[in-house]
Write a protein that binds this ligand. Structure first.
Ligand code: PLP
Length: 442
């Protein structure tokens, strides 16, 4: 009967897995029951485990909105819908309908990015690391790129500015000190071989205290004077002024374009709230030059990401709707009262399972944007705090992590925290089920 539902390979592997485990048990001096009926449930469980995909959805109860390990941005319904449309059918990906001839996959983004940011032209690639790489390779191969020592960023997962620079063939020219870089430091470093002035957004750290950095305006002025283009790696790529919502410190893409940067790169799946992608925008001539770089083909964006990216960008045309419909933005700016109400709903859904097995309360805490966005900014949040009595808090965390679906929580001061900021309303029921299973098992 299994063979009617599951592939023969999976069934065979599962039977072998179970028999192997039993042999091991026997070698370890145990005497497992080996009757047909005793083995069936083990095999069934093994088949289920072996036929599930390894990459799977989970519940993010960490409160970190852009969590690189947990897949970064959750796509909006419109992005998913458009991606599905394009996935299920042929499309004009590289076909110009008006002329009936070959077109460019990048052409679909040009108008919307121009409209949203004021940039002359734009393309999208696989991710922001690729965007930086291809820009440096196009404009600065075997030539110097000037970067402040305060901005030699490591993002994590091996993206480091000096190493990306090396891989691109560009030569890094560090200027200034870790805490202070002056305009004169940039100016003194210029030579006949300088190709680019690069400003890198400090995505995941802050330099505080006795510090100074050169503004984009200052760099642009210097660049113009010496006819050297200025590039900004913005990392997160925020398109709306978060100051309006009481969140500061993230420059918008528009403001950097306005300041006169010639080339800007940022991620599609950080604060923008779209799919994994790297967006390059700026001067038309420079974008055209990138399009001639053979490296671009190696880092090109696929049609599904392109479709969801375009749909996400379109949502920004109506900011009021965008902050409600793009999950990343919604989670970032939702009023703390809403988070508190959700924490109360999570609490209520757990109450009957918890009684006698743990202490539970709603606490005020802080969550982070994550993913190289808004470094140092803490957002007030509410979390359900659970202190189990029968098992350790680490054991509870582990059981939740290994559950179906997995729940990723935080541990703080010997309590397990379920941060209501990143838990979807529709996930509360599933979350309650997972906590019940985790806490009820002795
Ligand atoms: C995140 C980040 C990157 C890398 O972007 P990916 O989309 O992860 O490739 C590069 N530069 C900065 C400043 C970043 O914050």
């Amino acid at each position: 009967m299994w063979l009617a539902v599951y592939p023969k390979k999976t069934v065979l592997k599962s039977i072998r897995d179970v028999l192997q485990r039993k042999r091991k048990d026997i070698l370890n001096g145990k005497t497992p029951e080996l009757s047909h009926d005793a083995l069936l449930p083990f095999i069934e469980t093994a088949i289920e485990a072996n036929s599930a995909c390894k990459l799977k959805p989970l519940i993010n109860a960490t409160g970190i909105i852009v969590h690189t390990n947990l897949g970064r941005a959750v796509l909006s319904a419109k992005a998913i819908e458009h991606m599905n449309c394009v996935a299920c059918s042929y499309s004009n990906l590289e076909y110009e309908l008006a002329g009936g001839k070959r077109g460019k996959r990048y052409s679909h983004l040009k108008d919307i990015i121009k409209e949203l940011t004021g940039a002359e032209d734009a393309i999208a690639v696989n991710n922001n690391a690729a965007a930086v790489l291809v820009c440096l390779n196009t404009f600065a191969k075997d030539r110097e790129v000037v970067v402040s020592r305060g901005e030699l960023v490591e993002i994590g997962g091996s993206f480091r500015i000096p190493e990306v620079m090396k891989a691109s063939g560009a030569v890094l020219r560090e200027v200034g000190a870790t805490n202070k870089t002056h305009l004169s430091d940039y100016e003194n470093s210029l030579c006949g071989n300088t190709a680019l002035l690069l400003k890198v957004h400090k995505s995941n750290y802050q330099v505080t205290g006795f510090t100074e950095e050169v503004s984009m305006d200052g760099l642009v002025k210097l660049g113009r004077e010496y006819k050297i283009p200025v590039m900004a790696d913005l990392g997160s790529g925020c398109l709306i002024d978060l100051g309006k919502y009481g969140i500061h410190s993230e420059p918008t893409v528009q403001s950097i374009i306005k300041a006169g940067a010639d080339i800007i790169t940022f991620s599609g799946d950080k604060l923008l709230g779209g799919p994994q992608a790297g967006i390059i925008l700026g001067r038309e001539k420079m974008i055209q030059k990138i399009q001639k770089n053979p490296l671009l083909r190696a880092v090109r964006i696929d049609k599904l990401s392109l479709a969801s990216l375009e749909a996400t960008l379109m949502q920004y045309l109506d900011e009021e709707k965008a902050v409600k419909e793009i999950p990343t933005l919604r989670m970032l700016i939702q009023p703390v009262e809403i988070i508190k109400k959700r924490a109360q709903r999570i609490y209520a859904s757990l109450e009957k399972y918890i009684t006698g097995r743990a202490e539970m309360e709603i606490i005020k805490d802080k969550s982070q944007a994550g993913g190289g966005s808004l470094p140092g900014a803490d957002f007030p949040t509410f979390a359900v705090s659970i202190r189990p009595s029968g098992i350790t808090v680490n054991e509870l965390e582990k059981r939740l992590r290994l559950g179906h679906p997995p729940v990723i929580a935080r541990i703080k001061e010997n309590a397990l925290l379920l941060d209501a900021r990143t838990v979807g309303d529709a996930e509360i029921k599933g979350l309650a089920h997972c906590v019940k299973t985790a806490i009820a098992t002795p």
